[in-house]
Write a protein that binds this ligand. Sequence first.
Ligand code: NAD
Ligand code: ZN
Length: 350
Amino acid sequence: MSSSSSIDQPNVITCKAMVAWEAGKDLVMEEVEVSPPQPLEIRVKVICTSLCRTDITAWESQAIFPRIFGHEASGIVESVGEGVTEFVKGDHVLTVFTGECKTCKHCESKKSNMCQVLGLERRGVMHSDQGTRFSVKGKPVYHYCAVSSFSEYTVVHSGCAVKVSPQAPLEKICLLSCGVAAGLGAAWNVADISEGSIVVIFGLGTVGLAVAQGAKLRGASQIIGVDINPEKYEKAKCFGVTDFLNPNEYNEPIQQVIKRISGGGTDYSFECIGNTGMVTTALQSCCDGWGLTVTLGVPKTNPEIASHYSAFLSGKTLKGSLFGGWKPKSDLPSLVNKYMNRVRFSITSC
Ligand code: NAD
Ligand code: ZN
């Protein structure tokens, strides 16, 4: 990294970043210029970043390039823009792909985390001026979800970062900035799983395993995990999955198997793959009367969902969930504290 900054006036930083030049083509390590933070923005030295399936989906299917992906990250504030009062240089932060302005209708409502000012940014630019803060040899490089953490330094809106305790290990809590929080929140906030219930989870990646942890901590009696990768079973047991189903091993639709082993359908179904066909299967797997399906996956293709209307007439509900319903600034610090206070999200046997 090189910078010509004076003490109070942050300047352009040149550092390394993984740049995606074309859809589905290998990322290239480039020297990028990172602008100083603009008003209400902060520049963050990225300490840890992880790969979420949503990064891959967007890299494969979207058209905004060149671009720096990455939206699940932890880091340290390097400099702050004009008007920032919440952060100072050296603060530890989690970046978030959906922010919290605290003043819009949704931020003021207890029912929503869909901030209308700093919500999911889809055009590859910063919320404030629709510009970018990255360039390679003078050519602008687009952002992803207004986070772009596959870079040594990034600029985010101060409403899209959450201050965390400097004692919290950044390499661990990084996962709370997307996948693990999304899964736990879907189980706790969106479904509000009750003790003794039966749960089925489609897809046992980071998100699905976090749903399993959340279900286990709520006292679910049976947690059925569905995945086409048989290697997921051993790992899933550690997260509370009691029954593992690989649809490729059955000659009948997997929803029939689920209905049989759950005594007529599950109380809760979660789609954690990003396949809208599986949303239909998830709906068919939950029980009449009160069965709730929560869909978290982000589909690459076929965004429409199909269902026979009788599913809803018979009392089933379908709900969507972004970031587990958490309001990032209001809620993430307490999740970090839970982790720090050893209310482990992982099940102790593994
Ligand atoms: P992942 O790729 O780590 O896990 C997906 C799992 O699904 C894998 O274990 C894979 O083997 C399994 N799978 C794939 N196709 C399957 C099929 N046909 N049947 C059964 N299993 C199948 O993904 P992840 O990072 O855990 O993310 C899961 C989904 O959630 C993605 O679509 C991602 O974009 C989305 N996501 C949503 C939010 C949110 O807030 N809603 C947050 C993060 C990720
Ligand atoms: Zn808002």
